[in-house]
Design a protein around this ligand. Sequence first.
Ligand SMILES: Nc1ccc(F)c(C(=O)c2c[nH]c3ncc(Cl)cc23)c1F
Ligand SMILES: [Fe+3]
Length: 293
Amino acid sequence: MSLVRESRSITRKFLARPQQEGLGAVVRRSIGRFELRYFDPFLVLDEFSVSAPAGFPDHPHRGFETVTYMLQGAVTHEDFEGRKGRIEAGDLQWMTAGKGVVHSEMPAPHGTQKGLQLWINLSSQHKMIEPRYQEISSENIAEAARDGIKVRVIAGEALGVKSAIYTRTPTMYLDFTLKPGSHLQQPIPKSYNAFVYILEGEGTFGQDSTTSPISAHYLLLLSGFGDGLVAWNKGSKILRFILVGGEPLGEPVAQLGPFVMNTQEEIDQTIEDFENYTNGFEKAKDWRSEARI
Ligand SMILES: Nc1ccc(F)c(C(=O)c2c[nH]c3ncc(Cl)cc23)c1F
Ligand SMILES: [Fe+3]
């Protein structure tokens, strides 16, 4: 039985190269770089690599969500509400910043910590909602395996398994591992903008299985036509990639770093709120994280 009648194709591909970010951290940024400023509703996709004492010290967010998915090691986050936790390999933190969060995200003291951070925009009606965290430890991430394919369902559904994450901006986020010789068919809601980001190995994507394989650290934008994605692993090593899709918001974007609103006036107001500790930033006034560089 074919799960996908017509596969989406690759419209553009970008090699994410290392760049400095935070304090001494390195990220491979694909979405959010100059050539791909915004892929509605996605603002940033960073594949990060960080070793102490580098990190992402105290900083704010407003108007969107950050989705941190650890691949290796661990990161400690602390926020201005006094909330503190460790995100370890395989764990997920889905943070809805809404009207405002101030936090730090710092690496474990030894070794290199690696992961992905995706920034998902919120609609105008949700930009000023109360902040909210959804955190799932690795052993509780929904998983399924069949015919040489393993999927970890971060958000949405795959191979008959659903994630518990509530996605305010409708989103799918699937972590696939394909053994050599395996072939995937994954449905994608027709209205979603979708992309693939390759983490490991080489893969062939789209209807034409004769196209040359694409390797790690590439982001592949998928066309809007098609009811899903087909993928092959024709190599001799495992292929790992994420397939992410989301409902476009179709709203104007006004962004200043970690502040993402709809108009410049709202950005001006956000700066004022952050500087004066108002409208959601009250607790930032006397807060500093314990993380010391
Ligand atoms: N404004 C702004 C400016 C600079 C930053 F580094 C950050 C920031 O924190 C991050 C950027 N990518 C990241 N990937 C992983 C993690 Cl754990 C954090 C970040 C940020 F928010
Ligand atoms: Fe952050």
